[in-house]
Design a protein around this ligand. Structure first.
Ligand code: NCD
Length: 360
């Protein structure tokens, strides 16, 4: 059985297959409706969501399947203290596939471990958001023809933004060139940089000002400040407005650059850009449906869609708990910490297998 917890769970070949299927599902929906007849998708959302949950539910219904679940954990048994493991065991009996969003890094991996059905990560804390990355890569290919050779500027809160982490890893895997533009203190975390370096030989350019590089970018990917994840010593009010993409800034961008954003936007992407032909963010959110349809169908292994190229990971039992306080292993006491070895050309490092933070 296959899960989709991080991008590492799919090979490039499989991702391309999913994109081909998404193309077909987008353009010839009638051929595919009926595909998930009799199948149930559980959406377990412990954190707020609009696009991810609704596009997954829409995707399932369009394939003639059904969706059930909760969007408010206060209305579920977690409010009574139920663990992720027990919730996973229950939901296994009620559905054929799970999408989970949770505030702890690594929570989706726990769900996958205890559920006997495929699990998809709909976002886990500030760790990763792999289905958003699939949609982003699909949108870049749709607009620009390929990810390979594209200069992709990811800007905004790269520290807490899980969509940014997964996107950076996806762009590097498919041969794009990364530029990271983040305010001081909001740079992309070491665990992402380490993977970029060890696994894909990529050293992203790190900058603080979008204006300094905008003219070189093929893709301008904006993220909001993840204020809800800030530690108490950071005041979001002081940060807001420190960067803004608007028409004046876009004057220096390439005429064929594209503007992307995982949404929701707060005050970092001006509404005046919505009419700019370079704006791709509404297409990007619309692509959430066909890409998620294709992913659901592939993970359910329907007919000839069985995924056949599982990437391998080197997992071992860890000798101590993870240092990341937001790692699920520090919240659910029955979990045994595990490590993953990441091998580069000349050296290797060890990371937490759940939240992927590097062990020192
Ligand atoms: C993102 C998320 O939840 O991480 N939203 C989404 O799924 N499109 C981005 C965000 O909340 O900033």
């Amino acid at each position: 059985m296959r899960h989709f917890i991080t991008l590492d769970d799919l090979s490039n070949f499989e991702i391309k297959q999913i994109f081909r299927l998404a193309d077909q599902m987008r353009t010839q929906l009638a051929t595919w409706s009926g595909f998930c007849k009799g199948k149930l998708l559980a959406t377990l959302f412990y954190e707020p969501s609009t696009r991810t949950r609704l596009s997954f539910e829409s995707a399932m219904e369009r394939l003639d399947g059904h969706a059930l679940g909760f969007a408010d954990p206060h209305a579920a048994s977690v409010a009574k203290g139920e663990t992720i493991a027990d919730t996973a065991r229950m939901v296994t009996n009620y559905s054929h596939l799970i999408v989970v969003r949770h505030n702890w890094a690594g929570a989706a991996r726990v769900m996958a471990r205890y559920a006997n059905i495929p699990v998809i990560n709909g976002g886990d804390g500030s760790h990763s958001h792999p289905t958003q990355a699939l949609i982003d890569l699909y949108t870049i290919i749709q607009r620009k023809g390929s990810v390979e050779g594209m200069k992709v500027g990811i800007c905004g809160d790269l520290r807490y933004g899980r969509a940014a982490h997964s996107l950076a890893l996806g762009v590097a895997r498919f041969g794009g060139k990364l530029v990271h533009i983040a305010p001081e203190g909001f740079q992309i975390p070491d665990w992402v940089l380490t993977r970029l370096r060890y696994l894909y030989g990529q050293e992203p350019t790190e900058m603080t000002q979008l204006r300094d590089v905008i003219g070189e970018l093929d893709v301008i990917y904006v993220n909001r400040l993840q204020a809800e994840r800030f530690p108490p010593d950071i005041d979001p009010a002081k940060m807001s407005g420190s960067y803004l993409l608007n028409a004046a800034v876009m004057e220096d961008a390439k005429p064929d650059a594209i503007i992307m954003h995982p949404l929701p936007r707060v005050n970092e992407l001006a509404y005046e850009l919505d009419e700019d032909p370079r704006a791709a963010y509404f297409e990007q959110s619309a692509n959430g449906v066909p890409v998620r349809m294709a992913l659901i169908a592939s993970l359910l292994g329907l007919e000839q869609l069985v995924l056949t190229h599982p990437p391998s990971r080197e997992i071992a039992v860890a000798d101590r708990r993870c240092d990341n306080p937001n790692c699920v292993t520090n919240h659910e006491s029955y979990l045994e910490p595990e490590t993953e070895t990441i091998r580069g050309e000349e050296a290797s490092v060890t990371a937490c297998a759940y939240c992927q933070e590097i062990k020192t």
